[in-house]
Write a protein that binds this ligand. Sequence first.
Ligand code: TRP
Length: 349
Amino acid sequence: MTITTARPATAADHGTDPEHPAGRRVLTGDRPTGPLHLGHYFGTLRNRVRLQRQGAELFVVVADYQVITDRDIADRLAEHSENLVIDYLATGLDPESATIFAHSAVPALNQLLLPFLSLVSIAELGRNPTVKDEIAHSRQSAVSGLMFTYPVHQAADILFCKADLVPVGQDQLPHLEVARTVARRFNERYGAGIFPRPRALLSAAPLLPGTDGSKMSKSRGNAIALAADEDETARLVRGATTDADRRITYDPAGRPGVAGLLLLAALCQDRDPGQLAEEIGDGGAAALKRTVTEAVNEHLRPIRARRAELAADRGHIRQVLRAGAERANAVADATLAEVRAAMGAVGSA
Ligand code: TRP
């Protein structure tokens, strides 16, 4: 068996802005483990909606099989999956043109995992830095085979629809590299140009810290959910870590807590965090927190109102997922047929 090493990614492989979004196919997704928060919103959700408005064709995967990589049981899976769709639609994704689906509902996508697994070595799977990090933070006593192989499954998410752009955060770049490697090796091994090499689209927004100054993440308890109400938002911001210096300045390295709050308000108001700091001046942490709470609640008000409407009609949400699965299945069936034909499988078309 020969497995050639991937060429390391260069800056040109990935970008923050696609030149021509119209006509491009974009795939991205999330694990249905809980409500999406402002980190997701500024990091990727807004980007997706922008790409859709610019004419890109979106595929969004509710990555339900990926939930059981770092835990034994996918807790309240249906509820979390539906809430994810509610968050998507509330922030502006249009289900008429975007294909929103759960990957467990698309058998042909999952079947791609088998030939794809033959294209990567155990050593490569073990080297993936994001997987290593997840193992370090996992609450499981034993690491499952899925923990090591899910990046290849994620390659199937990306390649089944031949996506050319994948809007993701920095932590997903190793997975994107796996997808690129699988695409290249499949084409080389079977002499078929079936798969394009997908590119990552990194968010232009800086990484959003949570209310304790470290990366916003549900598991750290420092996140403000899109679904949180105004009082809960106020409470979370009030509890945020700041410092004793009354004069507010924007200094991400020296004052991560204060800088995180400034960034959050600045993103909500589409302005510069340094300027905002000057405006608050000697107002101290109390004035800063008041500003942040107002900025977040104001920005999210229409999204939360739309969220509440959507949440009242679960039947509609399930219908969106059914229609998405139907479209995704048609695309996955066609790709799998190409793959089987390239491999010379008996009974293929
Ligand atoms: N791994 C991603 C996350 O944890 C979710 C995901 C699954 C994904 N499949 C994908 C992201 C395909 C981009 C492309 O958030």
